[in-house]
Design a protein around this ligand. Structure first.
Ligand code: CP3
Length: 358
């Protein structure tokens, strides 16, 4: 059961392994959490979804807090991640957004031209989404591990807004970016401000770290990312620095982008499974913490195969400044007991110090 909504004045354990690892400090055990740890892999989540849609859950502090807590109770992970979606601020500012099962977010009236920018209005969490801070406050009273707040990255949200839904190639979004870079920049600047406002509200209410999910940036060339995305993401991370919590940046298929991503200013970078952690570390500035990068498909494999894959990830991991995670979200078909087993494996792991540490 949830406690009442009273705000706990205690700022919480700033020595939690997750926060220590994100700051590059030594830890007793490697912290672990899973992207999409709250969701369809859990029968207790599916039970809630039988009586409420995803948007209804996010708009209900009681339900959203309950669903956020489910994987923490079950798996013993080192972090909770707020239950919400990257598109909820768009919905809160007036977009007609539908999350279609098995598809993803679909936006009824996409942004395609400079004229369409007039439909964008600033996101004011206290007015547009009071449930956001309320959910975080409820969680803060319940949680013994840090809560990660999150927002969608500017490119990834722009891709949904311009495409009108999920896209494999982001052709329309990239088309606007190349054909009308001024409109594109205005759209991305707006979305960075949405993320800043949302995360400021989440941290003020009690989130202890933040992650920017810029999932789809891997479809950009190095030059495209540098010219049309990086300046906005850097401004976003500069703004987030004022919140005083560790800031994580995640995208899929970013191996080729890690040079420019190093200039974003993130405290930690999440990697997918395509690149070994050691190689990712070499491509990023010294002192950047790493998060990742087990292939979510490994969690569907026979146990000995999974265990070998987990060991392979841990063998590549740096001795400090490291958080275990999947390289992308938990697949809905995943057996939750396997996720609990991964947490046990990671917690039992003791790093053999490397001869040379960066
Ligand atoms: O990680 C967590 O446990 C916290 C909750 C969370 C959700 N979405 C809930 C959700 C987070 C962090 C997200 C982020 C998100 N949403 C991203 C970035 C991460 C990534 O996966 O790359 C993206 C791209 C989205 C957009 C989105 N929302 C997609 C592609 C889908 C899947 C649609 C489907 O049915 O396959 C969603 C829906 C969604 N968001 C679900 C959950 C638990 C599942 C659908 C449901 O319960 O109906």
């Amino acid at each position: 059961m949830l406690a009442s909504a009273t705000v706990d004045a205690d700022p919480g354990p700033s020595n939690a392994p997750l926060l220590r690892a994100l700051r590059g400090e030594p830890v007793d055990h490697i912290p672990v959490w899973f992207m999409r740890q709250a969701g369809r892999s859990l029968p207790e989540y599916r039970a809630v979804r039988e009586r409420a849609t995803l948007m209804e859950i996010t708009h209900s502090p009681e339900l959203a807090a309950e669903v956020t807590l489910q994987p923490v109770r079950r798996h013993g992970v080192d972090a909770a991640i707020l239950f919400s979606d990257i598109v909820t601020p768009l919905e809160a500012t007036g977009f007609d957004v539908e999350i279609r099962p098995g598809v993803g977010p679909v936006i009824a009236e996409p942004i395609r031209t400079e004229r369409d920018l007039r439909r964008l209005r600033p996101f004011e969490p206290a007015v547009d989404a009071p449930w956001l801070a309320e959910t975080v406050r409820l969680l803060r009273a319940e949680l013994s591990v840090p809560l990660i707040g999150f927002a969608g990255g500017p490119f990834t949200l722009a891709s949904y807004l311009v495409e009108g839904g999920p896209s494999k190639t982001q052709a329309r979004a990239k088309g606007l970016m190349l054909a009308d870079p001024v409109t594109w920049r205005a759209l991305l600047d707006y979305l960075a401000d949405v993320a800043l406002a949302s995360l400021a509200a989440q941290v003020a209410a009690g989130a202890r770290a933040v992650q920017i999910f810029d999932s789809w940036i891997g479809s950009l060339s190095v030059g495209q990312y540098e010219d049309h995305v990086l300046p906005v993401v850097r401004r976003l991370f500069d703004g987030l620095a004022a919140l005083g919590v560790p800031r994580i940046y995640f995208g899929l298929g970013t191996g080729h982008l890690l040079g420019p991503i190093g200039a974003v200013g993130a405290d930690a970078v999440g990697l997918d499974w395509r690149i070994p952690l050691s190689e990712g570390s070499r491509r990023l500035p010294a002192g950047t913490a790493l998060q990742g990068n087990l292939d979510p498909v490994a969690a569907l494999a026979p146990l000995p195969v999974l265990e070998a894959e987990v060991a392979a990830v841990l063998a590549e991991a740096p001795g400090h400044g490291y958080v275990f995670n999947l390289g992308h979200g938990v697949a809905p078909a995943t057996d939750p007991n396997v996720l609990t087993h991964i947490v046990e494996l990671v917690h039992a792991h003791r790093a053999v110090p490397r001869a040379v540490e960066r």
